[in-house]
Design a protein around this ligand. Structure first.
Ligand code: G16
Length: 544
């Protein structure tokens, strides 16, 4: 390792004095002004991780759902997964080292992780459409090349596409070809094979309106649409030609405001969906005849997927264990429906797909979704091989079901939650089952709920336990929340520090929207008071 060169180049990516950032829910996120040194240093870290794992490592430059002025970066581990927790700590140490300590911290990480510095390294890089992303990917490349390592810059990609590329490259192409073309072909082939089996006629399932959050999803869907146009035609909105990234549109906006994105033309009962800024989340929605807006979030997506998979397994006579993984944000009605009606075991983890992904790997088939629409389904290697075998052997209806499962496995992105892949899975299931968006929505009634954000001086004053459902610090806050919850029926509330924005998140649900809004507002006031709120005190108009 040429440490002098590392230091020399580091002066070109100087760390602002005293700035402390943490590797959060999905890597580093902050205003783009503060991030250049982080990009360079993550290039360095990716090389060490690649040498240690003797595998290709991914570096994605994106701040996903955050506003356009922000940016971020995360590392992708060999099987397309999020970075291992011990390396998240190294990332935080390296990011926060002052210039004079950089060499020492880098050597310290290499030694503690027994990195063989003679080993070759390879890093792949992707970026979203933010104005700052191109320059930042050059800073990552600077970090990679200063350590004498090789890289491939994919340029503009959705986050899940980079996860896919890393997975393909580390499995000798067995998972697929590590190109955008390979990704489009793999998913479209599975989708077209599935939708060919649709028996019901009608154009209802042939078209879908997609809000692309003015992000990378629009570019990639445009490139991809002709591959699957036999089965589905998509109309793109907020495609980045006019509006600002994630501004008044996108999955995060639609989910948290519970209203349609700007710019979307919605006719009654038309199926619409929204991606987020880097196309790793998706939510669906429609307006009924009375103009009322209905949101179909990650919980209902998980329900649709797991019930479809259960039916197929029943058809082929295989008793495999399916589990659904959610977070504290999951609507209480969804958990009840999955456990009591569908008889599927449900597990709750902390927020962050890395936590859900690991839990889902414990099952033969693990379906995981955050309520915000971030998720996928994972199939164990043994299950995948068994289904492939059965698809060859079985005949008649059983054979048809096994082939469908085989295609569904190929259609899911097994490396990460993926809005494009999830959209195609959902469209295929709706068409195969002959379900309208209203029928899907009617599986169960969501409990009215509200999410709010509160600004505090230091969000680290709030710590939580029990998969973020209980507050530990500051003292007295949990007691206040518990007392407030008791005032309402069918109610629940929790608070947690965000890992992607500088805020405390508040969630409340109750028997009516009015009560959910009041509870969320009262809990926000308690946070403001006990956790050092700054700026404007939360007012009831916060809701809505
Ligand atoms: C990221 C994570 C998600 C998480 C979301 C919000 O999403 O990947 O798992 O739910 O942030 O996290 P927090 O509440 O901690 O801010 P994205 O789409 O922004 O990458």
């Amino acid at each position: 390792m040429d440490l002098d060169a590392v230091t020399k180049h580091s002066t070109l990516h100087a760390k602002p004095n005293g700035l402390i950032l943490q590797y959060g829910t999905a890597g580093f996120r902050a205003n783009a002004e503060h991030l250049d040194h982080i990009m360079y240093r993550m290039g360095l870290l990716a090389v060490l991780r690649s040498k240690q794992t003797k595998s290709t490592i991914g570096v994605m430059v994106t701040a996903s759902h955050n506003p356009e002025e922000d940016n971020g970066v995360k590392l992708i581990d060999p099987l397309g997964e999020m970075l291992a927790p011990s390396w998240e700590e190294h990332a935080t140490c390296l990011a926060n080292a002052e210039e004079q300590d950089l060499q020492r911290v880098l050597v310290g990480i290499s030694e503690s992780e027994a990195v063989d510095l003679q080993q070759d390294a390879f890093v792949v890089i992707g970026r979203d459409t933010r104005p700052s992303s191109e320059k930042f990917s050059q800073s990552v490349i600077d970090g990679v090349t200063v350590l004498g390592s090789q890289f491939h810059d994919y340029g503009l990609l959705t986050t899940p596409q980079l996860h896919y590329m890393v997975y393909c490259r580390n499995t000798s192409g067995q998972y697929g070809k590590a190109t955008t073309e390979g990704y489009y072909q793999k998913l479209s082939k599975a989708f077209v094979a599935l939708t060919k089996q649709v028996s019901c006629s009608g154009d209802e399932y042939r078209s879908l309106k997609v809000d692309c959050a003015n992000g990378i999803g629009a570019l990639k869907l445009k490139e991809m649409q002709h591959y699957f146009s036999q089965g589905l035609s998509v109309q793109l909105y907020n495609d980045g030609t006019k509006g600002k990234l994630n501004h008044l549109c996108g999955a995060d906006f639609v989910k948290s405001h519970q209203k349609p994105p700007e710019g979307m033309e919605m006719k009654p009962n038309e199926r619409c969906c929204s991606f987020d800024g880097d196309a790793d989340r998706i939510v669906y929605y429609y307006r009924n005849e009375d103009g009322q807006f209905h949101l179909i979030d990650g919980d209902k997506i998980a329900t649709l997927i797991s019930s479809f998979l259960k039916e197929l397994l029943l058809e082929i006579g295989e008793n495999l264990n399916i589990g659904v993984v959610q977070t504290a944000y999951a609507n209480g009605s969804s958990t009840r429906y999955l456990e009591e009606v569908m008889k599927v075991p449900v597990y709750c983890t902390k927020t962050g797909v890395k936590h859900l992904h690991h839990k889902a790997q414990e099952f033969d088939i693990g379906v995981y979704f955050e309520a915000n629409g971030h998720g996928t389904a994972l199939f164990s290697k043994a299950v995948e091989m068994k289904i492939k075998q059965l698809a060859k052997e079985l005949e008649g209806d059983k054979g048809k079901a096994a082939k469908m499962l085989e295609n569904v496995i190929d259609l899911f992105n097994q490396a990460a939650g993926d809005a494009i892949s999830d959209m195609l899975v959902i469209e295929a299931i709706l068409a195969l089952k002959g379900l309208t968006v209203q029928q899907w929505d009617a599986l169960y009634m969501d409990l009215p709920n509200r999410q709010l954000k509160v600004k505090v001086a230091d969000r680290r004053v709030i710590s939580t336990t029990d998969a973020e459902r209980q507050v530990v610090t500051p003292p007295g806050l949990q007691e206040m929340i518990s007392d407030l919850v008791k005032k309402y029926k069918l109610s629940r509330a929790f608070v947690r520090p965000s890992g992607t924005e500088d805020v405390i998140r508040v969630y409340a649900e109750a028997d009516s929207q009015e009560n959910a809004d009041s509870l969320a507002h009262e809990v926000s006031l308690a946070v403001f008071q006990l956790a050092g709120g700054i700026g404007e005190r939360p007012t009831p108009s916060f809701c809505g």
